[in-house]
Design a protein around this ligand. Sequence first.
Ligand code: NI
Length: 646
Amino acid sequence: MTEHALDPLTEQEITAAVQAVKQSAGLDESAWFETVSLAEPDKAELAAYDRSSSDYRSGNPGNGNRGNSDESEASIERRAYVCCYEPSSNRTYQGFVNVRTAELQSWNHVPGAQARIVSEEFAAADKLVKSDQRFRDACAMRGITDLNKVLVESWAAGNYAIDEEQGERIAYCYCWLSNDAGDNRYGRPIGNLHPVVDLRRRKVIRVDDFGVIETPPDTAAIRPTQDLRNDIKPLQITQPEGPGFTVDGYQVKWQNWQLRVGFDIREGLVLHSIGYSDKNRLRPIMHRVSMPEMVVPYGDPAPGNFRRNAFDTGEYGIGQALDSLTLGCDCLGHIHYFDVCSHDWSGNPVVKKNAVCMHEEDYGLLWKHTDAQTGQSRAVRSRRLVISSICTIGNYVYGFYYYFYQDGTIGVEVKATGIPFPTAIAAGEASEFGTIIAPGVQSHVHQHVFCFRFDMSVDGQHNSVSEVEFAAAPVGQNNPHGNAIKINERKLPSESDAQREISLGTARYWRVLNTKSLNRFGKPTAYRLAPGANALPFLHPESSVAKRAGFMFKHFWATQFAADEKYPAGWYPNQSAGGDGLPRWTKADRSLEQTDVVVWYTLNFHHLPRPEDWPVQPVVYAGFHWHPDGFFDENPALDVPPNRGE
Ligand code: NI
């Protein structure tokens, strides 16, 4: 396997980084590791490295890979970004380690920051709460005595200006009783009971009990109540000659596409160096793609529920929650799995086998033309390369899918499934802010708001941004029949212009273009961001979540690249007061003309649960596309052969 500067950290590299911090950072015994992840090389360094390895230019993995070439060995560092939390001082630290020399290069206390909540803290909180007498009494009042059947789930507490929580590391908990079948730990919500845990001092600071609601009956087994259907015939996907892709380490080539698979413990699946080979020239399109933040605000104002919202990337970490797909995924055919390396809070590496799945999918029709005169017809089938990962965060499951098509289109899709967050409701009561999905169980209206980050490189590093809209032209001499549609494309010259919402009335979309790279019509080559189904928030702008997730109020943002601007709600959203990330950075109003452009797209999946979402929700799909828009001179998929047998 050929190694590359963008490969995720290995077990040995994580161990080296952890050792360096333990030896040199001056932390005490209580400290633990929030993040040990690849610190990606500076772009200029990376470009030089790729030139020296001739990898990117010729499309062949060259001799300049790490460890083989003295030249590139000397020219590029392998570094880890490390974040630690020290409970004894309630301080969060971050810094960088050279993982080859095990040298700690920098180390800083980040004032006011709270590290993400890690899985070991969830487990600790569950134990603490169950041994608390106030909690046991509250359970007994609800007729619950077997605490082994109780699930206590810690959620980041947010920031609600509550005195005893301010400045402390707090989890706000939600509780459920397992169903009798034992296959649904969320089956029977325990109403109105919310332990509040100080994760730093390891104690329950209070138990919020807003009144007993009868615990719902046992109705929640995740299995059918009738016989399994027996009319499903085999459907087989076979690839007798193997897959159409080649893999070298984390580099992938498929038809004209080339890219690298990456991983981050916070963002999960990352894609690097996406390019398309056009007439034997590899043309870059995107430098880096990831989903660096998401938030799920719930719409119930009741005590204990108003503060329910989840920044699953920034408060918990998507990467740490990736499923090993040995547990099953939805893919058929010849599958290539990538392993990645995460770590526990002690800094021990944890290999996630089969964390990223890649395969090819038949996708119906690619193009077709029938000549009505001669009756001749050509139809070409479409195929796409799918790279995906699935993460389980508590009750919910998200699949993240990137699609590469033969016509140069890139698709992004989220599949949402799992168990919709169940809350108890008293018999006979109506659910004002949700749906009753089972006897005694309601699930509240909420939104899943994902922010995708695209570090663009359309035909090179220097790009510009525009918006295209359409309008009915006025009726007059030029438009006597009132059918004319005016095309209005305008530059978005700086960051204050590039904060936009989707608009059905103007069929709005956005383009990232390269004014130095012209197509055969003399126009800048470009990619078009075509929004799909979407929604806007219903949060009051002064509400706590709105302030902490300002990115969610715009669907489209563009910024000038800055290496430390990675997370749209800021580096430390856990219990933050808000204002950080995109809203703060864009106050600088930097230029978006012929510069290194980053596009952020907010995908809001608005969800009022249905009875059919219980006890487990059929997958809901949400996504959008990037289409080449004058990037090629004509349909780039004319060369796809018709299927054999035609
Ligand atoms: Ni939902």
